[in-house]
Design a protein around this ligand. Structure first.
Ligand SMILES: *[C@@H]1O[C@H](CO)[C@@H](O)[C@H](O)[C@H]1NC(C)=O
Ligand SMILES: *[C@@H]1O[C@H](CO)[C@@H](O)[C@H](O)[C@H]1NC(C)=O
Ligand SMILES: *[C@@H]1O[C@H](CO)[C@@H](O)[C@H](O)[C@H]1NC(C)=O
Length: 733
């Protein structure tokens, strides 16, 4: 590019910025530099930090007033804010530069969506010396409605949460302030505005069409996200404007939190999450003894499947155990066995353990308060990590990852297997319950990845201990007359202006369904194949099962007999123990009232799956895990895995050691070895007479699959010592 081209490009850029005639680029820059953002913030809330981040992004010059002062100006539910005017008035008296342009705005609930340049341009276009934000709703004094000048289009009422103007005009305006700190600032400015003389002399107007300021209260339906290149704005659909400043005034804080997940560049399609990389607390270089101290609160409040697995995962969590303390609350007598065996075997690895059992008859909210207390009252506690028993944390680094994000409260996003059900809400209904945010599905399905400011998290979250000693120092955060404990807690967190985030930066795990969990059996988890299929598979299906197809692990020990791993060791043990626990083994006689016709040709000592109410689950197992193998090995044969007979057989030298040759009443038969030759029994096996071929060393957890009729006449070889168990299914009789 030639120099003249560069210069004309610059010229064009300036011209396109629609500068008022006669203002050149340098002058424009000078005037931008004249803008000073003034805000009153007595505390550095999470909202304030978000405001400052957006201001920094656009290089605004910000002057923060009132730091460390006690806030007496009320909250959004009652008028107030006089303190802000008093503080502003005092500060302006110090400022001398007469052509300064002052932007006075709130900061806890405000985000910048664009640059000082655009702000200046729009301010100049308003052609007044002071421009106030506008509102659709009149507040706090409705009787003043008639006194407001009519506007041709746009909002008619003044909002005091944001205004911009020249220093002398603003000075004159606030000079009149003589009110108390808890008087209404909005009423004060409104009275100036509705007074025609004052309005004229201060040269004051409203930004009625939200070109500069967007107040969200009363305008939620008007405002949508607008994605630009590496940049996100809010668009006002009613006036087709792109406001520079977004203000979550009144009860619209949560909507602002939602918008703030994107605006101005928190998350964009081009960059993904930018916030996620900022202000981290890396643990990488720390010695183990320097790790932050975490109290992990484990809460068991209902019968829950796979509790043993939960504790196995807790043990495997990647974190120095001498920097962890456990607070375990178990309300369920049903789970005492699992909890106490974990504590006996591993409790001493942890720095400290506090345990509350069912005999204390404590309610969940009280227990959660006590859990917080364990962290709050110990000065060295840095974090509280809440872990409800239904949480399946597959990612062993979860705790470290969350600590490194360095957020006040952050939850790893978990969902129920294959469903949209998760451990966070994207929005809240007017009644305080679940509502779906526009981006909920994208977040749950991981199509937008980042950390997200949300109004409700549950089941698993990490909280900075500092909060428990400041904003959340109330020793009862969980009880409520109308809300569940977790909802009550989140409501209090929100009311304190503390941000809760959910992260889907990594995959963390899932959340169990505890519905339909029966506790009437010995190993109730066996029945979870429908409710929690993924967890069932991980626990009970052989670790090599999924490889068998692709790695050709299916062996053929005899013609048309296939042999493959199917059950984990634990599945085998649980099934045998369940049957022995039930104990009603058949006598091995030909007469058998359990079957159709009442006569069994080749009887065994056995228990049928339906006797322990396991037939539906067993059918699902055959359908999910056996049918695909069948269809692979006997091409062209499709099965719905129908069966009349499926049972566990017990072979014992002094009971029934073997089974004489027979055909099975099946198209094909599945025969799963449930224990181990050698340690558990001697002998055993299966011989196919037509081929004179035996499978003599059955492998625990492996299935034999063979045709039932005609070709595969077979016998059960004698068990010579110990006890042998097999699970047999006659499929498609
Ligand atoms: C803000 O200032 C920095 C350094 O002065 C500059 O690199 C950056 O481009 C500026 N950002 C904007 C949005 O003007
Ligand atoms: C307000 O100021 C503008 C210049 O910024 C001027 O053109 C306009 O006449 C003034 N309006 C009133 C009512 O004084
Ligand atoms: C799974 O296969 C691997 C590799 O062949 C083997 O080392 C491992 O022992 C198998 N797992 C089980 C439980 O048999």
């Amino acid at each position: 590019m030639q120099l003249w081209q560069v210069l004309s490009a610059v010229f064009l850029a300036c011209a396109l910025a629609l500068l008022p005639l006669g203002v050149d680029c340098d002058e424009q820059q000078l005037r931008e530099d004249k803008i000073v953002v003034v805000t009153v913030a007595t505390k550095e809330t999470d909202g304030f930090k978000r405001f400052m981040r957006s201001a920094k992004h656009f290089n605004y010059t910000v002057k923060v007033l009132g730091r460390g002062q006690k806030w007496k100006g009320g909250d959004y539910l009652s008028p107030g804010g006089g303190q802000k005017v008093r503080i502003l008035k005092a500060a302006l008296e110090e400022m001398k530069d007469e052509d300064k342009i002052i932007l006075f705005i709130d900061s806890y609930d405000v985000i910048f969506a664009s640059s000082p340049k655009e702000l200046l341009k729009k301010f100049l276009q308003a052609q007044h010396k002071v421009v106030f934000s506008s509102e659709t709703l009149i507040w706090p004094d409705r009787h003043l409605e008639d006194k407001h000048p009519h506007v041709r289009e746009g909002n008619r009422f003044l909002g005091s949460g944001g205004f911009i103007g020249y220093l002398p005009n603003i000075k004159r305006m606030v000079a009149e302030w003589t009110g108390e700190d808890d008087d209404s600032d909005q009423l004060f400015f409104t009275k100036i505005y509705i007074n025609p003389e004052k309005r004229k002399s201060i040269n004051m107007t409203l930004d009625s069409k939200c070109r500069l300021f967007q107040n969200l209260h009363g305008a939620l339906d008007e405002v949508v996200l607008k994605f630009e290149d590496r940049h996100v704005r809010a668009r006002n659909l009613l006036y087709d404007t792109l406001p520079v400043i977004i203000h979550g005034n009144g009860p619209t804080k949560l909507q602002l939190n939602y918008l703030g997940n994107y605006i101005p560049n928190t998350w964009t399609f081009e960059t993904g999450c930018t916030l996620c990389q900022e202000d981290l607390r890396p643990l990488g270089n720390l010695k183990e003894s320097e790790y932050p101290l975490v109290v992990i609160g484990v809460f068991i409040q209902q019968p829950t499947p796979f509790v043993t697995v939960f504790f196995e995962r807790l043990l495997k969590l990647q974190y120095p155990k001498n920097r962890l303390k456990l607070f375990i609350f178990n309300k369920e007598p049903h789970h005492e066995r699992e909890v106490s065996s974990f504590l006996q075997e591993h409790g001493s690895l942890y720095l400290d353990v506090k345990f509350i059992g069912p005999e204390e008859e404590m309610d969940g909210a009280t227990a959660r308060n006590l859990g917080f207390d364990m962290c709050r009252k110990q000065k060295d506690c840095d974090y509280f990590f809440n872990l409800d028993i239904e949480v399946v944390l597959k990612n062993e680094n979860t705790l470290k990852i969350l600590i490194e994000q360095n957020l006040p409260i952050v939850a790893p996003l978990l969902t129920r297997s294959g469903r949209l059900w998760s451990n966070f809400w994207g929005a809240i209904s007017a009644e305080g319950y679940y509502a779906r945010s526009e981006d909920y599905v994208e977040l749950v399905q991981g199509r937008r990845v980042g950390i997200w400011n949300v109004p409700y998290v549950t089941s698993v979250y990490l909280m900075k201990a500092g909060l428990l000693r400041s904003e959340l120092s109330d020793d009862d955060l969980f009880h409520s007359h109308s809300l569940d404990a977790d909802m009550a807690f989140c409501e209090r967190v929100r009311n304190k202006g503390v941000f809760m985030y959910v992260s889907n930066m990594d995959t963390f795990g899932r959340i169990l369904s505890t519905e339909n969990y029966q506790t009437s059996h010995l190993h109730n988890d066996l029945w979870q194949i429908f409710e929690n299929p993924e967890d069932w598979q991980e626990r009970y299906i052989h670790e090599n099962y999924t490889h068998i197809m692709k790695d050709k692990l299916i062996e053929t020990p005899c013609p048309d007999v296939y042999w493959f791993p199917i059950f984990s060791d634990i599945a085998c043990n649980h099934l045998v123990e369940e049957m022995e626990h039930f104990g009603k083994w058949s006598g091995g006689a030909n007469v058998d009232t359990r079957i159709q016709g009442g006569y069994e040709n080749v009887p065994t000592i056995d228990i049928h799956m339906n006797q322990v109410n396991y037939d539906k689950e067993w059918h699902q197992f055959l359908l999910e895990y056996i049918a695909p193998v069948t269809e692979k090995m006997y091409p062209g044969y499709y099965t719905k895995a129908h069966f009349d007979l499926a049972f566990v057989v017990r072979y014992k030298p002094d009971e029934q050691p073997f089974l004489r040759p027979h055909h099975d009443a099946s198209t094909f038969t599945i025969n799963i070895a449930l224990n181990q030759r050698g340690p558990d029994y001697q002998g055993g096996g299966c011989r196919f007479l037509r081929y004179d071929c035996s499978v003599e060393a059955p492998r625990k957890g492996w299935a034999l699959m063979h045709p039932g009729r005609l070709t595969h006449y077979h016998e059960g070889l004698p068990t010579t010592a110990g006890v042998r168990y097999i699970a047999v299914s006659f499929v498609d009789p």
